[in-house]
Structure formats: C-alpha cells, structure tokens
Design a protein around this ligand. Structure first.
Ligand SMILES: NC(=O)c1ccc[n+]([C@@H]2O[C@H](COP(=O)([O-])OP(=O)(O)OC[C@H]3O[C@@H](n4cnc5c(N)ncnc54)[C@H](OP(=O)(O)O)[C@@H]3O)[C@@H](O)[C@H]2O)c1
Length: 325
C-alpha cells in the first residue's frame, strides 16, 4: 500500500486527507515511479471541487506532474533503467508515494536539478512551449503579452519568449514584477492599478501574441490589443465565460486567430510528441541554467491543505511543490 492524498468528497481543501491506496502496477509501456516531489496546478483545485474530472480510466488521485526514481519497468520498456531519476506529466495520480507514467512521457532529470526542481518543470513548460511554438507560431519579431506572468505557466512562458527572442510584456500583481523582470520580461503591467489595454496601446501600439488565462473578463481588451494576424491562445477561464455586448469585427478585419487548448485532454501520441519536441529544444538550456523552474514554496505531502490554500490565495510566484517521503 502507499500514502496518497484522497478526497472525502468534492469541495474545499478541508476535503483533502492522507489515506492508503494500492500501489499501481505499470502496464507494458509504463514505469512505476517512487515519487519524491509532485507539483501543484490550478487544475488540481478544480478537480478537488469536482469541476475537472480526470480523463476516463485514469487515476482519480490529484496530481499532474511528478519527479522520482523508477522502481519497476513494464515489459516493453527499453528506454529507462531501474533506479533512474525521471520527471514528467501524468493524467492523474501524482499526489502519492508511487505513480505510473508512460515510458515516453518520462524524461531524465538533469544531474544538477533536484527532484523538487524537476517536478516544477513539465506542466508549466510543456503548456507554455505548446502555446507559444505550436499554437501561436511565435517568432523573434513578435510582441507577446502573457497574462498572469507570475503563475507557474507564466514564469515558464516568459523564459521561452526570451529564448525565442521576442518582446515579452506581462500582466501580474505588482509583488510579482521583480521576478518577471529577472526572468527576462521587457515590461510588467500591474493589472490592479492600470488598464493593460491602454498601456499596450500607448507603449507598444499592439501585440502579436497573447497567452490568456482570464477568458471573458479580458476578452474584449485582448481582441483590441491584437495586431493584424494576431494570435491568442486561451488556456483558462479565471475571469469567467460570458462576454456581453462585444463588437467582433476586429476578429475578421484583423484576421485574428483565437485558439483554445487544454493539454490534459490531448491524446497520448500528441503528449509524447510535445514532450519529445520540448525536451529536444530545451534540455540544453536546463543544463546550462538558461531555463529554470521557478519554485515559490515547498510543502510536505501532509501539508497539502496549506499548499492548496497558498495557491488559492494567489500568493505563489512560480510553482508550489509537495515533497513526499
Ligand atoms: N489549458 C491548459 O492546457 C493549461 C495547462 C496548465 C495550466 N493551465 C491554466 O493556466 C493557469 C495558470 O496555471 P498555473 O498552475 O501556472 O497557475 P498559478 O501558478 O496558480 O497562477 C495563477 C495566477 O493567476 C492570477 N490570477 C488568478 N485568478 C485571477 C483572476 N481572477 N484575475 C486575474 N488574475 C488571476 C494570480 O496571479 P496575480 O497575483 O498576478 O493575479 C495567480 O497567482 C491556470 O488557470 C491553469 O488552470 C491551463
């Protein structure tokens, strides 16, 4: 048996508790990992509330990313060895002492990175890479606006935009600006005291790419910030789902592309291709430290309620990590 974070029922963080579960068995294409660190994602909160179920047939246990040591190999696994340290994303089951991961989704942990650092990489960086490179085709000539720049995904996206060579503008609470500037942001907008649309219009005229997590509350402003042939990737709906009284003409006349994307719903082949491409682009940068996971705080598995509270209070700059014995 293993210790896992379980749910009494859907609801608030008080529903989380540590309980015993059977250790999962890897199928022929999977490896079993003894998990040392698992990172939090906003999706975990939605899943806890009953608003974001795992894909059919996958573990009901929270946790989309892990790092740890391989302790069992499926019959077909030839690209990993027992005792290797790996990290990667999962469809679920990360908040546990053991988790299974597909052999082609598990990446080797670069030697200088800790388990905590490795666990903080995959969901944020894969989402940011997919959004910027696959969906928005970002180039060095682009001006990119990243909302929630201090989020896990935001801190990864800033670093990738700078590696692409594009201009990076972010919105975030002012307490998160220093970190965003340190990561390479060219300009940070405090959305609490400034209208980001006015700042963009005055300072940059327009932007070519927007990475959005807000949805309805920013939709009209986002559309009016986009230059001709602009692309907006919508990754979450933190600001609601209903847009009222909007003039959609700029979408047509500015030839805008609006792309919605949820990584967890993609099939395994897509996720494997993304993982491989991302790693071949970025492994060398993680080895040199030019790309780095940003960890705000670590909590022990037993402190999972505090970790969820910290995220729900929007306190984190970068990732929150659970350490597991
Ligand atoms: N679609 C996908 O494939 C995919 C994949 C991964 C993540 N996501 C989504 O991407 C978002 C970021 O994920 P994460 O885990 O990196 O999040 P995170 O680290 O928890 O950061 C979210 C940040 O967003 C800002 N924020 C929260 N609510 C807001 C609101 N109502 N208005 C304005 N800003 C708000 C807060 O920063 P400030 O203090 O600056 O306001 C908060 O710290 C989440 O919504 C997550 O669900 C989507």
């Amino acid at each position: 048996m293993m210790k896992s974070v379980l749910l009494k029922q859907f609801g608030g963080r008080e529903q989380l508790y540590i309980g015993d579960q059977p250790i999962p068995s890897p199928t022929k294409d999977q490896v079993l990992v003894k998990v040392t660190a698992a990172a939090l994602n906003r999706a975990d909160i939605l899943q806890r509330e009953g608003k974001y179920p795992p894909p059919k047939g996958e573990s009901e246990i929270l946790g989309l990313e892990i790092a740890g040591e391989i302790v069992a190999l499926g019959a077909n696994v030839q690209n990993h060895a027992l005792g290797s340290n790996v990290f990667g994303i999962l469809p679920g089951g990360g908040y546990s002492q053991y988790a299974i991961i597909h052999k082609d989704m598990a990446l080797p942990i670069p030697k200088h990175l800790s388990f905590e650092e490795a666990a903080a990489i995959p969901e944020a960086f894969l989402t940011a890479y997919q959004s910027l490179l696959w969906h928005a085709n970002t180039t060095a000539q682009d001006k990119v606006l990243i909302h929630a720049g201090g989020s896990g995904v935001g801190t990864a996206a800033i670093q990738l935009v700078k590696k692409i060579g594009a201009t990076c503008i972010i919105t975030a609470s002012s307490s998160k600006h220093n970190t965003c500037y340190d990561l390479g942001a060219d300009y940070c907008i405090d959305y609490n005291s400034k209208n980001f649309q006015e700042v963009i219009a005055t300072k940059y005229n327009s932007v070519d790419v927007i990475i959005d997590f807000l949805g309805a509350s920013y939709f009209t402003k986002n559309i009016s910030c986009l230059a001709r042939d602009g692309r907006m990737v919508m990754l979450a709906l933190l600001g609601g789902t209903k847009v009222e009284d909007m003039n959609i003409a700029p979408i047509l006349f500015n030839r805008l592309n609006i792309i919605g994307s949820t990584l967890r719903s993609r099939n395994l082949d897509y996720q494997i291709k993304l993982t491989k491409e991302f790693w071949s682009f970025s492994e060398k940068y993680f080895r040199t430290g030019e790309l780095k996971p940003i960890i705000d705080k670590t909590f022990r598995l037993e402190e999972v309620k505090d970790a969820h509270r910290y995220m729900e209070e929007n306190k984190n700059i970068g990732k929150i990590v659970l350490t597991i014995n």
